[in-house]
Design a protein around this ligand. Structure first.
Ligand code: AMP
Ligand code: MG
Length: 711
């Protein structure tokens, strides 16, 4: 099996929603490396898995989902419980009984007790929370007898550190994860009959989606090393990240097959299941240590448009792009101070609460609220003071007060602070009017952010305020995507690279390249200048080759239509994988989307006005996805028009616009797409909808400022 994507989920049996340590983590390996997600509940995780499966099936891709709980029980259990020997019979039995709420509240202990009743004696399941009255579920393991089942599966005997599946609680227990996880997998499998198979319980070779049991402890040394290197991420996050990455690496090298074919009797595999990678620890660890994941390129046909499609509305074109693209950049770990502008490849988890301890929000006097009341309060002052960074080490007795400054930790005996401006003091006593609200002018520990909270998700681009947040929370390092390298090529026989004195009238200067290079640099990508090429296919091909070697994506301008001199589109059709998208958009002619040696190429129109509009509307969100970020919608707002226009139905229009002093949208006098002066005159675009429109002064229109596009 050569999956297009690998998901590894670290399950949790938590009884309440939870993020951070010991919650549900999902590692996703695919094009461009590995990302990590943190999910607060099993319901959220189930929804995410359904979405991943739906995405894979829709795209015709193969998906491997690894889950870190046992897929089967020791021999004899399935038949004793259900009358059928295969593990899938147990999945079905559990799915019919386990009730697991959107808030993680569930009945797993009662279901385990019911399973125990199907067997003689006491057990096999054991452990329940103290105070839960379930006579068929013993509190201790040694209270079990006579149930007749083995303590461990074959896989659990072989895997170092694996726990028996019967134990439902106490540290390291996995039993509850099996009970809550299998129903989720059963529903996933049932939602796509015949398309999802559970390895090795059933034939799986032809299924596009394969579920497999994994055991992250097989990677223990690699996980320990990663924790030392990046202590900001909980162990579970490192586990799913490394395991997904290692499986991906192995799959790329053709090494996954060996893991998928354990040499064991069919009956054992179908009933007890097996751990993917067990017996292949060395290969897995080696793959986890591989320095850089080699991202498989985008599919060559990723831009293909169905036959017979003529003009594509803008929104449909955007939706197609969104579905076709995914991250193509690897990941690295950086110090937070170095990471501005980078895109997170893993969520950031607070290592420390903010504030870490209760403290004063003002300069004033602190005391115990319980010893004060209404009317004038006169409290003797304890000698000394508490200031930020200079804690008061003693205790403040009830009925006394202490001078306290903003940011100082509340000393023992202080829970309330009165503002200095509301007091009078002679240095011995402080007087103020009561009553004061309990806790007034104080900040609680963790009132801003709790320790362990997921504060920023994968895909988020780090801005200066984010660096403040991460630093405040004790996060020193972040796992981020490598910067996307964007190559820019201009084409056209008429173009000259630079302004020069003696110029023939048939030559013009290359206006697009400086515009596009600075645009992508401003977006946080690494611009790669491919210069300009004449309308000559060999020359253009040589530049594209260089772009494919040096960059992750190529933007070309000029020659993208279907005319005699449109050499870019001809070349891409002959030697690359071209899909010309005829987008119902003005300004903008067809957008040429192609793959060249595995690298996506955006063939923009040559006209600078159209080139910029297509870059802002199409390339911007597309580049963000390629870089590991989220899909970006343009930010706009509705303002009154300061112009008149009649627009026919059929295509969306973008006009060069700026706001008048009154906040109305003025548009550039000429719509001619050769008018570069209008681009610079404007401060944004007015977007007119696909349908017909009659616009008079005062009609509301959508204004998209350049700043909202990040330029
Ligand atoms: P094309 O898309 O190649 O048919 O070009 C359309 C128009 O844009 C023509 O008038 C070109 O001269 C002009 N053009 C193409 N590339 C550039 C460029 N890099 N800078 C300025 N104008 C350009
Ligand atoms: Mg041209």
């Amino acid at each position: 099996m050569r999956p297009d994507r690998i998901a590894v989920v670290d399950w949790s049996a938590a009884a309440r929603p939870r993020l951070g340590r010991d919650s549900i983590w999902l590692g996703l390996a695919g094009a461009g490396g590995v990302t990590v997600e943190n999910l607060p509940t099993r319901a959220a995780a189930e929804e995410r898995l359904h979405a991943l499966v739906a995405e894979a099936l829709a795209a015709g891709e193969r998906l491997l989902i690894g889950a870190d709980f046992a897929f089967g029980y020791p021999a004899g259990f399935a038949a004793g419980l259900t009358g059928r020997a295969g593990a899938l019979a147990v999945w079905e039995w559990l799915a019919a009984r386990i009730a697991d709420g959107p808030d993680n509240a569930n009945n797993r202990f009662a279901v385990a007790a019911e399973a125990n009743r199907a067997f003689p004696g006491v057990g096999p399941f054991w452990f329940r929370p103290a105070g839960m009255d379930l006579p068929d579920l013993p509190l201790r393991g040694n209270a079990r007898h006579g149930h007749g089942l083995p303590e461990r599966r074959l896989a659990d005997q072989r895997a170092r550190g694996a726990q028996p599946v019967w134990k439902l609680g106490t540290p390291g227990a996995v039993g509850s994860q099996v009970l809550t996880g299998l129903p989720v997998l059963w529903r996933l499998r049932a939602a796509h009959p015949g398309r999802i198979a559970a390895w090795p319980l059933e034939p799986w070779q032809d299924a596009p989606v394969v579920l497999a049991e994994v055991f992250p402890s097989l990677l223990a040394p690699a996980v320990a090393a990663a924790e030392r290197q990046d202590p900001g991420l909980p162990r579970d996050a490192h586990q799913v990240r490394l395991l997904a990455g290692a499986l991906w690496q192995l799959a790329g090298a053709g090494g996954l097959e060996a893991l998928l074919r354990p040499d064991l009797p069919e009956a054992v595999l179908a009933e007890e299941g097996w751990i993917l990678g067990l017996g292949h620890e060395a290969a897995l660890r080696e793959a986890a240590a591989a320095p850089e994941l080699t991202p498989p390129r985008l599919r060559n046909d990723c831009f293909a448009m169905p036959q017979g499609v003529d003009w594509v509305p803008v929104d449909e074109a955007l939706a197609r792009l969104r579905a076709a693209l995914r991250p193509v950049t690897g990941t690295e770990t950086l110090a937070v101070a170095e990471a501005a502008g980078r895109i997170l490849a893993a969520p950031c988890i607070a290592r420390r609460a903010n504030p870490p301890a209760p403290n004063s929000a003002v300069d004033g006097y602190g005391f115990a609220h319980a010893a004060t009341g209404a009317g004038v309060q006169r409290l003797p002052l304890v000698p000394g003071r508490a200031a930020a960074g200079q804690p008061f080490r003693g205790a403040v007795p009830p009925g006394a007060a202490l001078r306290i400054l903003t940011g100082a930790i509340l000393p023992e005996g202080v829970d309330t602070v009165v503002l200095e401006e509301d007091t009078a003091s002679d240095g011995q006593m402080v007087a103020f009017d009561g009553p004061v609200k309990p806790g007034a002018n104080t900040r609680l520990a963790g009132e801003d952010v709790a320790e362990g909270a997921a504060v920023l998700p994968a895909g988020h681009r780090l801005r200066p305020p984010d660096l403040a947040l991460l630093t405040a929370l004790g996060i020193g390092q972040v796992t981020v995507h490598r910067p996307l390298r964007v190559a820019v090529l201009s084409t056209g026989d008429e173009l000259l690279a630079e302004a020069q004195a003696e110029v023939a009238p048939h030559r013009i200067f290359d206006a697009n390249r400086p515009m596009l290079l600075s645009t992508v640099a401003g977006w946080g990508y690494r611009p790669v200048d491919l210069g300009l090429a004449p309308d000559d296919e060999a020359e253009i091909a040589a530049r594209l080759d260089r772009g494919a070697a040096m960059a992750d994506v190529i933007l070309t301008s000029g020659g993208a239509s279907a005319g005699d001199e449109d050499h870019v589109s001809r070349l891409l059709r002959l030697r690359g994988e071209l899909s010309s998208w005829r987008i119902a958009l003005k300004p903008g002619r067809p957008l040429a989307l192609a793959m060249w040696r595995g690298v996506p190429v955006f063939g923009l129109p040559g006209n600078p006005v159209a080139a910029l509009v297509c870059t802002l509307i199409f390339a911007r969100p597309a580049l963000s996805l390629l870089a590991g970020g989220s899909w970006l919608e343009p930010q706009g707002f509705t303002v009154p028009a300061a112009f008149s226009k009649r627009k026919k139905a059929g295509r969306r229009e973008y006009l060069r616009a700026r706001l008048s002093a009154e906040g109305a949208a003025e548009v550039f006098a000429s719509e001619g797409s050769g008018r570069i002066s209008g681009l610079a005159w404007a401060t944004g675009l007015v977007e007119l909808p696909d349908g017909a429109a009659v616009i008079e002064p005062g009609t509301p229109v959508r204004y998209l400022p350049y700043s909202g596009f990040g330029i």
